[in-house]
Design a protein around this ligand. Structure first.
Ligand code: ANZ
Length: 759
């Protein structure tokens, strides 16, 4: 008999798959299809980690399972390649991000191939490939044409020492990641996508999705629809009135002061000579905090503006304060504080000794107009970054934006020598002086004008907001996606990831609705079923991280001799797919031994021809099939292990081995392919027949020292297995009690169905 040598078998099958491309997908109208994808990875320099393997294997198991059931399967793959790590590396080392990205992609591809994924490699996409981002720019222009891409002033983190804009991730505890200096917020003109236009539909359609409840809830909270009222409060000094947003207009009699956000637009008009300095200092400090920090339940802070408003219900003169617990972008950025009713207002009133008045509630409809507000903001897409998709806009001499004509796309990323942003906060694109200039027809003056290109690039989430559609026709150079291909393949049937519950998964829904409205998509929801998988942690349950030195490298596991099949099967066996799990090297060994037993069974055991495994076989088919349908991958593997144990005990006929190999294939495709080849079988998914599922049961009388103590019911097929009968009996609660003194021996008489235990 040959030994189980996974690396040899895997290399053989990977070469075959490389040559024959069995996973290449083709539209076949009329044939049922399944399209699956994982959230495509960012190809970091570190290569694949075990978390990727879990994520990709889930998709792969489902892909192979459906293919074996005769469905037309599309399982594409791609890379999300723009972003900070490559840019930071470029700033530090001067290496072009294009170069690093290519190296990392090549490495990821090589590693993914070692895992035997059923990928259609002809559909590989990469968001920083000009052929791809040309269409990202096209998508931007469609949104721009409809007024859903627009500019407004907004605050950005700014490091006064490095003279650069910083991303949220580059601000560590309020300090610049590079120089450690305290950061500030700076107002800059930026681009936004108007996602709020679709807030209601995004919210109302969530419930119809086959998505995990926790993700649906997170999206609902993120959108955060509140119905309330806007009420105007006149300012005593004659300054412009203040409109507050409240969900409790009925509490207005108890409103004893107003609070505005530090960023409040009309703040200046409320200040007096006595308060100006203090308020502006407070504002400057507040701007250094993140919104999350401001919403944390810390001690309230604030200052009096010096102005008073008139409560329209009580006509009382009430002070106007500024405090950072009021956020600028929510509602109107101003609130009426009702300390008798609202906890935050109460805490604030106690601290600053403001009146707390208990009053009757009034009629809800008495003040002002009904108004719906959303917690979700428009999506800020401007990044002052070099390594991103250039925004296809240019400015005329008066600073008005003009779209780059579609036939001039892509706006290519120019090569530069120095990747450092410039001292006005613009990305290194601003240093490409030739690139900056572009001739565009200016309708306003009726002639071609030399304009200056936008130097902001798009948030990477824009690139990933449409990639699932690109998969349908990845090399089409006439359209972002082909209508025919998209109609056949999409929406995506299974999408699997472990992150981006709100950002990416909301943005892609938003774009889907927009492009459906524009007639480019025949569906309004892009993802039918979402699987949100758990993380794989280090053996001690802690997060794996380079700095802790506890990272398990999947390639090491493979190369140590376990092979990819063991790694894949282990990661499916590790626990329920949607829960975090700790790596356990011993368990990897256990899975390896299981696969080894499958191999040995197939090649070494003399095959008996009496079919007394029929019930177990059909039960196993049913269990594994249903488990995969329910994403219970771990119990599917466990059922296969039990099946193998049973076959070792009672012997296997060829049919058993074929069924085993077929059921194993989604998890361990190389080994299963080898087994099926030796058994001269195809890989068609087996079916169970209900008639074989039921088997007779037998009632066993259990005596302890000759006295009847309990009865158990077992599967009649177990009557031949004394060890099993004893094990079942000893697990019986009543028997446990009587056997406490210790068991001397057991006597089982199958014919009489009596088990006697001597203690
Ligand atoms: C008076 C009041 C009385 C309020 C009361 C609540 C309870 P949700 O439900 O989350 O939408 N608010 C309004 N704008 C705000 C802002 N920009 N920053 C912080 N808080 C703001 O919350 C709406 C309530 O949050 C509003 O109703 C307002 O306080 C506050 F017994 O007005 B309420």
């Amino acid at each position: 008999m040959e030994r189980y040598e996974p690396l040899k078998i895997e290399q053989k099958w990977q070469q075959i798959w490389e040559k024959t491309s069995p996973f290449k997908a083709k539209e076949a109208p009329g044939t049922p299809k399944v399209m699956l994808a994982e959230m495509f990875p960012y190809p970091s320099g570190a290569g694949l980690h075990v978390g990727h393997v879990r994520n990709f294997t889930i998709v792969d198991v489902l892909a192979r399972f459906h293919a074996q059931q005769g469905l037309n399967v599309l399982r594409p793959f791609g890379y999300d390649t723009f972003g900070l790590p490559a840019e930071n590396y470029a700033i530090k080392t001067g290496t072009a991000p294009q170069k690093v990205t290519k190296i990392n992609i090549d490495n990821f591809r090589k590693q993914a191939k070692r895992l035997g994924f059923a990928i259609d490699w002809s559909r590989e996409i990469n968001t920083s490939d000009p052929e791809y981002y040309r269409w990202t720019q096209w998508c931007f222009l469609q949104l721009y044409k409809k007024g859903l891409a627009y500019q407004k002033e907004s605050y950005q983190w700014w490091c006064p020492v490095d003279q650069t804009v910083l991303a949220n991730e580059q601000v560590e505890n309020g300090k610049c990641w590079r120089c450690g200096h305290e950061v500030e917020k700076k107002k800059m003109k930026q681009w936004f996508f108007k996602i709020t236009e679709y807030a209601d539909e995004l919210l109302d359609e969530i419930d119809h999705l086959e998505w995990p409840d926790k993700i649906k809830t997170m999206q609902k909270n993120w959108i955060g629809r509140s119905v309330g009222a806007e009420i105007d409060f006149a300012v005593e000094s004659g300054a412009p009135h203040i409109t507050v947003f409240t969900t409790r207009p009925d509490t207005i009699y108890g409103a004893t002061f107003l609070v505005v956000a530090p960023e409040y637009g009309q703040l200046e008009s409320l200040l007096t000579d006595d308060t100006r300095e203090k308020v502006l200092a407070y504002k400057a400090a507040a701007l250094k905090k993140s919104e999350i920090e401001r919403q944390e339940n810390k001690e309230k802070t604030g200052v009096f503006t010096g102005s008073y408003a008139i409560n329209p219900a009580t006509k009382a003169k009430i002070p106007i304060w500024v405090a950072d617990y009021v956020l600028a972008g929510y509602g109107t950025g101003a609130i009426m504080a009702v300390p008798a009713m609202d906890d935050r207002d109460h805490e604030f009133a106690e601290k600053f000794d403001l009146p707390i008045v208990e009053t009757e509630l009034c009629d809800r409809d008495k003040f002002g107009t009904l108004k719906t507000t959303y917690r979700m903001r428009d999506w800020l897409i401007s990044r002052q970054r070099y390594w991103g998709c250039p925004i296809p806009i240019a400015y005329d001499s008066e600073g008005n934006p003009h779209p780059i004509p579609e036939d001039q796309l892509p706006v290519l990323i120019p090569e530069v020598d120095d990747y450092q942003p410039d001292n006005t906060g613009r990305s290194a694109l601003a240093k490409a002086t030739d690139w900056l200039k572009v001739n565009i027809y200016n309708e306003a003056i009726g002639q071609v004008e030399e304009m200056t290109r936008e130097t902001d690039t798009l948030d990477g989430y824009a690139c990933s907001s449409w990639y699932l559609w690109r998969y349908a026709s990845p090399h089409d150079n006439t359209a972002a996606w082909s209508q025919e291909a998209i109609k056949y393949w999409e929406p995506v049937d299974y999408y699997c990831g472990a992150d981006h519950a709100v950002a990416h998964l909301l943005y892609i829904r938003f774009w889907c609705k927009f492009f459906a409205d524009e007639g480019y998509l025949p569906f309004r929801e892009p993802i039918k079923r979402l699987l949100y998988n758990g993380y794989i942690n280090a053996p001690d349950g802690k997060k794996m991280s380079k700095s802790k030195g506890n990272v398990i490298d999947p390639l090491d596991v493979i190369n140590d001799g376990y092979g990819a099949d063991t790694l894949r099967t282990y990661e499916m066996f590790i626990g329920p797919y949607d829960q975090d799990a700790a790596w356990d090297t011993r368990s990897v060994g256990g899975v390896y031994r299981f696969l080894n037993r499958c191999w040995t069974l197939c090649f070494a055991t003399p095959v008996s021809d009496t079919d007394h495994t029929v019930t177990t076989r059909h039960r196993t088919i049913k269990k594994v099939t249903e488990d995969i349908h329910r994403y219970n991958f771990n119990t599917a593997v466990a059922a296969l292990m039990e099946y193998v144990n049973e076959l070792y005990k009672v012997g296997a006929i060829t049919e058993d081995l074929i069924v085993l190999a077929k059921l194993l294939k989604p998890f361990a495709p190389h080994l299963a392919s080898e087994m099926l080849e030796k058994l001269s079988s195809d890989d068609e998914w087996p079916k169970w027949e209900d008639q074989y599922l039921t088997s007779d049961t037998a009632e066993i009388i259990i005596q302890v020292n000759g006295k009847l103590r309990s009865k158990i019911t077992i599967d009649a097929s177990n009557l031949a297995d004394e060890e099993k009968v004893v094990a079942i009996a000893l697990a019986d609660d009543k028997i446990k009690k009587y056997t406490e003194p210790g068991i001397k021996k057991t006597i089982f008489v199958p014919k009489a169905k009596i088990l006697n235990i001597v203690v």
